[in-house]
Design a protein around this ligand. Structure first.
Ligand code: 2P0
Length: 337
């Protein structure tokens, strides 16, 4: 029987960053990472998947434009979904039916705003529904884009690097649901153009040339993962903020230690970090935390009670052109929980 499914998946913002792979094809990371998934009503991908016995080939449209289905990551997700579908007992007729996929983002693609994470999470979740897959799909989303596995769940999520060579233990799990700690996130869009060095080649270069990344994956990250999980469980914002900012800074230090360096932050990004530290010094404990991905845009985590004062101060210091506030709040973060 023909069928159609539509899903929405939000972006996630890492507080312990994923950077570097030990297996390029299976997308197995060098270290564990932790992120918060935003609510579905702000930055998200929306994907519709259809299967129809009259379709003669798999096809995909991204933001309204048909693109080739030959992308190896897309093919590997499709292959794995069909394999799991078969394992789940779906009939061979359905497993072999061709699909048409339409996906769109409501925010800039590839500007370091986690567009591939939301896109692949959404696609894989929709395909799971369409093909009756019953197993864990975070490892399938991972085959599309590493960070996508974290957008399968709402709230705080951990991507376990895993130890096995086949990647079967490199999965994402939920640390806490959105209702546990409804933090807010401000996205300060410094630049929405395509980033200069994509994450995939940027990571390859780091893994090959950085000495600091070895210290990061062996010494810093394992302890930070345990500490930030505890901070989330205790809703301890000042501990959460300190670890988040330190990890963002170390990630960019690793990028600078890469040769030639991956430079993602710009002068405005650095002004934002100084502003956040100056703002936090007004209080006995930090009230806001910045984190920067592979681009110049700032993501600012804060508690609900801090929103009015921080928003007013931010607007005074950086008069807004494109400040996009996203909510990391309870009820609206339902996707995949
Ligand atoms: C993260 N980033 O943990 C880190 C922080 C960017 C900086 O995951 O090659 O697009 O598709 O696995 O997932 C961006 O990397 O890279 C990323 P691939 P992905 O969110």
């Amino acid at each position: 029987m023909d069928s159609m499914v539509t899903c929405i998946a939000p972006v996630n913002i890492a507080v312990i960053k994923y950077w570097g792979k030990r297996d390029e094809k299976l997308i197995l990371p060098l270290n564990d990472s932790v992120s918060g998934t935003l609510s579905t009503d702000q930055m998200h991908a929306k994907t519709t998947v259809m299967r129809c016995k009259d379709f003669t080939e798999d096809k995909i449209w991204l933001n309204g434009k048909e693109v080739s289905f030959s992308n190896p990551r897309l093919l590997s997700c499709m292959k794995e979904i069909r394999r799991l579908s078969r394992e789940s007992g779906t009939s061979e007729d359905i497993v072999n039916t061709k699909v048409h996929i339409c996906s769109e983002n409501n925010f800039p693609t590839a500007a370091g705003l986690a567009s591939s994470a939301a896109g692949y999470a959404c696609l894989v979740f929709a395909l799971k529904e369409l093909f009756g897959v019953k197993q864990d799909i975070t490892r399938v989303a991972r085959l599309g884009s590493g960070s996508a596995c974290r957008s399968i769940y709402g709230g705080f999520v951990r991507w376990h690097k895993g130890d096995l060579a086949d990647g079967s233990d490199s999965i994402a799990t939920q640390i806490a649901p959105p209702s546990h700690w409804p933090l807010h996130v401000f996205i300060l869009v410094v630049n929405d153009k395509q980033k200069k060095i994509g994450s995939t080649p940027g990571m390859q270069r780091t893994a090959l040339t950085s000495e600091l990344v070895q210290y990061r994956i062996k010494e810093s990250v394992p302890k930070r993962i345990e500490d930030i999980i505890q901070a989330v469980k205790e809703r301890n914002f000042d501990k959460f903020a300190e670890i988040t900012m330190k990890d963002s800074n170390q990630f960019h230090a690793v990028c600078l230690d890469t040769y030639p360096p991956n430079i993602y932050m710009n002068d405005i990004s650095h002004e934002i970090t100084s502003f956040v530290h100056t703002y936090n010094e007004l209080f006995p404990k930090p009230k806001v935390a910045y984190t920067f991905d592979a681009g110049p845009n700032a993501c600012i985590y804060l508690e609900e009670e801090s929103v009015p004062d921080f928003a007013a101060t931010l607007q005074y210091i950086f008069p807004p052109e494109e400040t996009l506030e996203s909510y990391f709040k309870g009820e609206s973060v339902q996707f995949g929980t």
